[in-house]
Design a protein around this ligand. Sequence first.
Ligand code: GLA
Length: 338
Amino acid sequence: MQTLKDYFTDQFLIGAAVNTETIQRDQMLLKTHFNSITAENEMKFEEIHPEPNHYHFDIADQILSFAEENGMALRGHTLVWHNQTPEWFFTDEYGENVSREELLKRMKEHIETIITRYKGRVYAWDVVNEAISDHDGEQLRQSKWLEIIGEDFIDYAFKYAHAVDPEALLFYNDYNESNPEKSKKIYQLVKGLLDRGVPIHGIGLQAHWNLYDPSYQDIERALKCYSELGLQLHITEMDVSMFEFGDQRVDIKEPTKEMLYLQAERYQRFFELFLQYQDHISSVTFWGVSDYYTWLSNFPVKGRRNWPFVFDQMGDPKPAYDRIIQSYLPSAVGSPAD
Ligand code: GLA
């Protein structure tokens, strides 16, 4: 049987975000269909560096072993982020903000410790996550990083990471990446980094999408705009929610036929776009494995399940799976089945 990773073997890696539970329960699916993984939470600041001078590597190490035992690539996620980063990191013993110099020193130490440990084994890092603002007229999001260090915290993060592992591919990663206003800001940010000679190798498009948004036109515009920077593009956190962003319904207990159909249609079109930009896109990662577990169940609407992936709760392929495979066929020179 041809599997997801086999179909796209000449185009991109097919990845999944995992945690300790899913590498157990969904291990067959992972081994069969995926050749790349990302730790969903286990390399984030608050998990890997919960207290001063204390790093907690066990779980990240387990995820790395799983990747290596199964010949999978591992994406590192994430080093510098406004979220899931403990308050103590930014403050002194009196609870006051530390100085710019002190925060840069702490940032350097954090990045160096983690990248050194996984050097040569984590091939790509989301160095800075979600630094761009979603508000009109504001380029960078308000955060402790920005407040204390200033705009160049991003430059420093990439430079520190590159100095430790010059072979690692370094990414800027963000959501709402296909929104026309936000994609212009992301483009500007990354162009500025390149103009200043900052070592950055790629843009991560999170791709937390749904049945209705974003439009194909916006996605294509974003892919075109980012690809003009000449960097690699990774789709880093893809899921396709069954609900429009403002939809608060909690009464739907199973996906309807219509939802499954629309989702399949969306996935096919998304993959057609990815194939169109295959010279730029080198990895497509889903933010989970199967519908059994997704961060979107209970979030942002409590008491609501969601079914955003191409494998159902039992791990069986959904209509979206078949449609993704179909996306491959028309544009392929020869299908892998030949
Ligand atoms: C963002 C982060 C991810 C994850 C998702 C929600 O996209 O980059 O690490 O927290 O939110 O799961």
